[in-house]
Design a protein. Structure first.
Length: 254
């Protein structure tokens, strides 16, 4: 008959709290549409796989109060890691918002299959691209490796955020905005030049009705330039992923 000791059960609950925080916020494709039971099963299975790596410092027997406090600390670590990774998908979504508004695609909304809310076409396309890049760069494997490394470096129930952890997340947010602007700026700048050219032509000849042609021209130009610009998205995504895992590495520092 299989017997489970109190220490083993306590260790597993602490690991599950750490993994559950990551699974709750990790930007996995389709995670928002998945039923909560699927996320629970994924967290339990992942915790069972890496639980043998966890260690608890020798001390007095754990009480329900200390276990709850330890689980809250572990969940805080997992949520911090999930927030850092969630910013990866926000970069592409922010760039899509900038492009869609300037190019006129904001007038056409559809249902985003990843969030089930109204979004522009470019937002949907770039969000799906982010999900593909997540697996293309093996970031899901890096995430599992980071969780395993955290169990080796930080004893269960003893995670305490460093003083610079919040600053690292804030700097990562700035890097997200910077990457989104770098991705969207070439298209936005070109569309601005088109607006200036059409305005100049309308000023030279007031009889030219260019307002009806501005939106089709901007939409077509945006699609043509996106062929080149989106080619830079994987490189920017990979750079931002490196910074995100750098923040995670900072959380693991003692």
């Amino acid at each position: 008959m299989l017997s489970v000791t109190t220490d083993a059960l306590t260790a597993f609950l602490l690991v599950l709290a750490r993994v559950g925080g990551v699974v709750a916020l990790a930007p996995l494709p389709g995670s928002r549409l998945s039923p909560p039971a699927a996320k629970v099963v994924l967290a339990v299975l992942l915790a069972a796989v890496i639980a043998p790596l966890g260690r608890v410092r020798a001390g007095p027997p754990a009480t329900p109060g200390t276990v709850v406090v330890g689980m809250l600390a572990e969940a805080g670590f997992g949520l911090a890691v999930g927030v850092a990774l969630q910013m990866l998908s926000e970069m592409l979504g922010l760039a899509a918002q900038m492009l869609g508004f300037q190019a006129g695609y904001s007038y056409i909304n559809t249902v985003d299959p990843t969030s089930q809310v109204d979004a522009t076409i470019l937002n949907v396309l770039l969000t799906l691209l982010g999900g593909l890049l997540l697996f293309a760069f093996d970031l899901h494997l890096h995430l599992v490796r980071a969780l395993a490394l955290s169990l080796e470096r930080i004893p269960l129930g003893e995670f305490r955020p460093r003083s610079g952890a919040a600053l690292g997340l804030a700097q990562l947010g700035g890097a997200v905005f910077e990457s989104a602007v770098r991705l969207a700026f070439p298209v936005v700048a070109l569309l601005l030049l088109i607006d200036l050219a059409l305005a100049l032509l309308s000023y030279v000849n007031g009889r030219m009705q260019l307002l009806t042609l501005s939106f089709p021209i901007k939409m077509v130009v945006t699609m043509l330039v996106l062929v080149v610009v989106v080619g830079e998205a994987p490189r920017l995504f990979h750079q931002l992923a490196g910074r995100a895992f750098g923040v995670v590495e900072g959380l693991l520092a003692r």
